[in-house]
Ligand binder design. Structure first.
Ligand code: PLP
Length: 365
């Protein structure tokens, strides 16, 4: 079986956790602080605030940027549901704009139209699959309309635009360290920002609104990362550049060897480096291909089969997003993770080609 994801947890992670446990410092220790500083340094941000998970990081970033009751936040309907849930946790209203067919990320023109129509207060952009969204446009739109700009980089550790890491271009960026992401802490997340006041409010929010010993100026949560997670994170962070390189190398082979005439392949945009959290092709007969690959023991994934506003939890939400609807029927993610061997990639390419030959006949062979 070639799996779609394979978290790489081993002896180094075990040893780092063993130290934390032996010393009995399960919370509020050096590991978390070091992890915050090291991750912020890796992406090139001034501050990092580690959280229990990526969803909490998104909620924290919105609150720290002052988004709340009565505010509306323009976002993509083609993401993991946590993106939109975080907006609702902040008591704000998500407004779903359409995506662009090339990056499958929020479309700047559609987002700007939604900003005008709803007099929005923020834009929450997602770098889906590790493909950088068009941040240059979003920065312009946010500045022109005086909006907060938040990046959901939960799938995009290591992705860059003109050499700058995603997550550092908006006012705050959020990452997840769930086991299937580009690096893991078990459960975990982080908010990165260059703005000291935002970092301070984020720290306060994840700590019951604490401003001093048993003084609580605002309402907050307990969203703190544990030292166990921090220790795993420090170990994984050292390997992150290697993981991302391997993902790109695997993606490069798939891009070269798969038949781009019958498929839309996830090419990186000029000037950007894709992090290839997923290698997602677009194909009209997606379900047939998925079944065929499963029969050959190749794991695949459909991210995401439903737009967020069509989920039961969003019943009553109105949005017209034809490009996103079309994507839900066409996307299929193939294995690209760092644990794949060269032989695995050959197997994937051959299985896909065999499917295409059967589906389209042997014409041209
Ligand atoms: C994983 C993910 C999240 C949520 O992160 P968790 O750590 O699972 O809470 C948010 N947004 C996107 C796009 C994700 O992929």
């Amino acid at each position: 079986m070639i799996s779609l994801a394979a978290p790489d947890i081993g002896e180094p992670e075990f040893e780092s956790v063993e130290d934390v446990i032996k010393e009995g410092r399960l919370v509020a220790g050096e590991e978390v602080e070091q992890f915050e500083a090291s991750f912020a340094e890796y992406v090139g941000a001034e501050h990092g605030v580690a959280t229990v998970n990526g969803t909490a990081a998104l909620h924290t970033a919105l609150e720290a940027l002052g988004i709340g009751e009565g505010d509306s936040v323009v976002t993509t309907p083609f993401s993991f549901i946590a993106t939109a849930n975080a907006i609702r946790f902040a008591n704000a209203e998500p407004v779903f704009a359409d995506i662009d067919p090339e990056t499958l990320n929020l479309d700047p023109d559609s987002a700007e139209a939604a900003v005008r129509e709803h007099d929005a207060d923020a834009i929450l952009v997602v770098h889906l699959y590790g493909q950088p969204a068009r941040m240059e446009r979003f920065r312009e739109i946010a500045d022109a309309h005086d909006l907060a700009l938040i990046e959901d980089a939960a799938q995009a550790h290591g992705a860059t635009i003109d050499g700058e890491h995603v997550g550092t271009i908006g006012d705050a960026g959020c990452f997840s360290f769930y086991p299937t992401k580009n690096m893991t802490t078990g459960e975990g997340g982080i908010v990165v920002t260059d703005d000291e006041a935002v970092a301070r409010r984020a720290n306060q929010f994840i700590n019951h609104g604490r401003t001093g010993s048993y003084t609580h100026a605002t309402l907050g949560h307990n969203y703190r990362m544990t030292n166990i997670a921090g220790a795993i994170g420090l170990t994984q962070l050292q390997k992150l550049p290697y993981y991302v390189d391997q993902r790109r190398r695997n993606a490069q082979r798939l891009l070269e060897e798969l038949d781009g005439d019958r498929f839309e392949l996830p090419e990186p945009r000029p000037g950007t480096e894709h992090a290839y959290h997923q290698f997602t092709v677009q194909y009209p007969q997606r379900n047939a291909l998925k079944l065929d690959l499963e029969e050959r023991d190749i794991g695949t994934g459909v991210y995401y089969p439903t737009t967020i506003h069509r989920q039961g939890a969003y019943a009553g939400e109105e949005a017209t997003t034809p490009v996103a609807e079309r994507a839900t029927d066409r996307v299929l993610s193939l294995p690209v993770h760092p644990g794949l061997t060269d032989e695995d990639i050959t197997t994937i390419v051959e299985a896909v080609e065999r499917h295409l030959t059967h589906a389209w006949g042997a014409i041209g062979e």
